[in-house]
Ligand binder design. Structure first.
Ligand code: NDP
Length: 284
């Protein structure tokens, strides 16, 4: 058996076409969705992510602004820009690209973003609302992962879901979303005993670890749906996920590839959240 591929590029394209239409409708009512992206320093991966986000905005007909600060910029400069953007009616979403240089308190920077413009969903208000099942901005990566289930018609009710990774930006919100959708969720991490046994009983297996090809086919339950969030660069320069795609695809029923799986969906859901914020601003 070879798993069906969950194609993130195709799904992203489809969703973004819908966002473009909605953006034009909002623009006709006087509100064009606007995203501001702040980059501090010259981290090459961050530069690529920021460029991709700005390009995605342009393609979807969103307004975007990019602010780049030197790696040794004073935190006060960045706080001042965030305050300015918080008050700017053209801007519906503010994103600070992480990681920040060491002399920044990342939590304080994220907290400075107005809750109604926190399209990354990282502020405590958003996290709390997500936990309570209240309206909120859902963190983009797990939000994107959830869209695969919807698109493939995979019902999560009563399913055994195992999330490997417990970060604030991926693992924890992913677990919460799966739980809200009716799955029985186990969250594994570096201190989990017998990770393999946990993975082997997962109907839904989400890998968000940051270790190349860590989840191998023998850890996957036959027929499982495998969502690979990992993005790792191999010594030869190629990208790979946290799942060993070649062995896992022989066992799984559905699987996301890397690249071309969760990655394009993350930026797509950033657009979704920015659009939602613009709709809220308009009272739509
Ligand atoms: P973090 O480093 O913040 O978290 C990694 C998690 O994996 C931690 O909870 C850690 O456990 C757990 N872990 C590490 N080693 C093991 C192990 N041997 N066994 C079990 N669990 C382990 O990473 P992120 O959540 O930020 O990212 C995870 C991956 O997803 C990375 O590859 C990242 O590049 C990718 N990513 C992809 C995105 C996308 O758009 N597709 C967006 C964001 C991230 P512990 O808590 O105990 O340390």
């Amino acid at each position: 058996m070879t798993a069906h591929l969950l194609d993130g590029n195709a799904l992203a394209q489809k969703l973004r076409a819908g966002f473009k239409q909605k953006a034009e409708i909002l623009a006709a009512q006087g509100v064009r969705p606007g995203l501001a992206v702040i980059l501090v320093g010259e981290d090459p991966a961050s530069q690529v992510y920021v460029r991709n986000k700005v390009n995605a905005c342009a393609q979807a007909g969103f307004h975007s602004e990019k602010y780049v600060f030197a790696a040794d910029a004073a935190p006060a400069e960045v706080f001042a820009k965030i305050a300015e953007l918080n008050a700017d009616p053209k801007i519906h979403g503010i994103l600070v690209q992480l990681p920040l240089p060491r002399h920044f308190d990342a939590e304080a920077v994220l907290d400075a973003i107005a809750a109604e413009k926190d399209v990354d969903g990282f502020r405590a208000e958003n996290v709390g609302a997500l936990m309570q099942g209240q309206p909120c901005f859902i963190p983009c990566t797990p939000y994107g992962a959830m869209k695969f289930f919807e698109e493939a018609g995979i019902d999560l009710k009563g399913k055994e879901a195992v999330v490997v990774g417990r970060s604030n930006i991926v693992g924890k919100p992913m677990a919460m979303l799966l739980m809200h959708a009716g799955a029985t969720v186990t969250v594994c991490h570096s201190q989990t005993r017998d990770l393999k046994a946990h993975c082997q009983r997962a109907d839904i297996l989400v890998a968000a670890i940051g270790r190349p090809k860590f989840i191998t086919g023998d850890m996957v339950k036959p027929g499982a749906v495998v969502i690979d969030v990992g993005i790792n660069r191999l010594p030869d320069g190629k990208l790979c996920g946290d799942v060993d795609f070649q062995s896992a695809k022989e066992v799984a029923s559905f699987i996301t590839p890397v690249p071309g799986g969760v990655g394009p969906m993350t930026i797509t859901m950033l657009l979704a959240n920015t659009l939602e914020s613009a709709e809220r601003a308009l009272g739509a």
